[in-house]
Design a protein around this ligand. Structure first.
Ligand SMILES: *Cc1c(COP(=O)(O)O)cnc(C)c1O
Length: 378
């Protein structure tokens, strides 16, 4: 039997390469709280994104918590009950909100971009605006939405004086149709550097913002609420990135162009072979980072058949997002803006194909063979 093709095959840089950066921390005997690796990482990330303030954090989930605390504190909306967010996302998006005592208000996404539907957002803000503390939008699967979609999110939030935070977890290195990198714009973005994300360091993440005052608050909240000296001016947590992980991030950044190119190449291979067979890809995804090979099966029955065929063939075909947040027990009692029909339809046909920095031609060929053979027969 041929070797299995795993769904993901995460890859961090060799420790020997990391050591070239980490040596500075060892020399300084400075292992967290803003040592030499973290300071250099802030500069390199800001260069990569062309100027925002970049605050490393220990993962995106705590990064969202920090940013939501800072943004709602600043806007004076911390005591409001609701935060608008999509249901078609990873559980951490809503988990961060519930940890802060907010109740998610789930709105639907659009059928082509799989992104928060701006018309639904506008309508819900018009009806619930005074109860809404913030909007936590996502870039679904790290793919930037069309420029007019995000512009409408921004305008709707501004009209209601509600802060907008973007969970762009998988989107480090993504580019929009105009070629702009996610995180380079004026909004506040939270990225994940988890081992399974394209920019993989183990556990880690980053907040990127051009709002200097918000950045100061985020920086403080991630370090026990200390804004100046050891006085907790704000309620804080500990979400700092340690020197070893900062050293890993510096190392990954050096080789990141090749990682993105390899993933995009595999994704284009999938697109070339599967689009003609009725599989649908996310609008805007050519500029994505491809944490996995996300696509939509022609129909739910084919999706079911593919999951079984993948299991039988030892090919890691899986489904994201198979279960939208409003159907997880933990979030079943959140508020939903109606039946979320697009979310339900996407979830029923969602697929995710194997992805890795080093997926071989033979491996991706096998994935496509299994998918096409199964789709033909169902
Ligand atoms: C991965 C992911 C997260 C969580 O990131 P961590 O760094 O693992 O905390 C949050 N939101 C989305 C949309 C994700 O894909």
């Amino acid at each position: 039997m041929t070797a299995p093709v795993p769904f993901l095959r995460p890859q961090l840089p060799p420790l020997a390469d990391v050591q070239r950066y980490y040596q500075a921390a060892e020399d300084a005997r400075f292992y967290s709280n803003g040592g030499p690796c973290e300071r250099l990482l802030r500069e390199r990330l800001a260069d990569y994104l062309d100027g925002p303030i970049c605050i490393p954090v220990n993962n995106a989930t705590s990064g969202i918590i920090v940013t939501m605390l800072a943004a709602t504190h600043r806007a004076g909306t911390r005591d409001r009950p609701l935060v608008i967010t999509p249901s078609y996302t990873f559980v951490a998006t809503a988990g961060s909100l519930v940890a802060l005592g907010f109740r998610p208000l789930f709105v639907d996404v659009d059928a082509d971009g799989w992104q928060l539907d701006p018309a639904a957002l506008e309508r819900v803000l018009d009806t619930h605006g005074h109860e809404v503390a913030a909007v936590l939008a996502t870039h679904t699967f790290g793919v930037p939405p069309a420029a007019d979609v995000q512009a409408r999110w921004v305008a709707a939030c501004a009209r209601h004086d509600v802060p907008l935070v973007l969970d762009v977890a998988a989107g480090f290195g993504a580019v929009d149709a105009a070629g702009a990198r996610t995180g380079a714009g004026d909004q506040t973005h939270v990225f994940s550097f988890h081992a399974t994300k394209p920019f993989a360091i183990g556990e880690g993440g980053m907040i990127a913002t051009r709002d200097a005052e918000l950045a100061r608050h985020c920086d403080g909240i991630r370090s026990f609420g200390f804004l100046q000296g050891r006085v907790a001016a704000l309620p804080g947590i500990n979400a700092k990135l340690d020197e070893l992980h900062a050293g890993v991030a510096l190392t990954v950044l050096d080789g990141y162009a090749d990682i993105l190119a390899a993933r995009r190449d595999t994704a284009e291979y999938y697109r070339l072979h599967l689009e003609p067979a009725g599989f649908r890809f996310q609008a805007g995804s050519t500029g994505g980072t491809w944490q996995a090979g996300y696509l939509q099966a022609p129909d739910p029955a084919t999706r079911t058949a593919l999951l079984a065929a993948g299991r039988a063939a030892g090919v890691g075909i899986t489904a994201y997002y198979e279960r939208p947040l409003h159907r997880h027990p933990a979030y079943a009692h959140a508020v939903a803006d109606g039946e979320l029909p697009v979310t339900e339809a996407l979830a029923a046909a969602a697929l995710a194909l194997p992805m890795a920095n080093d997926l071989t031609d033979a491996e991706r060929g096998r994935v496509v063979d299994v998918v096409l053979e199964t789709a033909k027969g169902s």
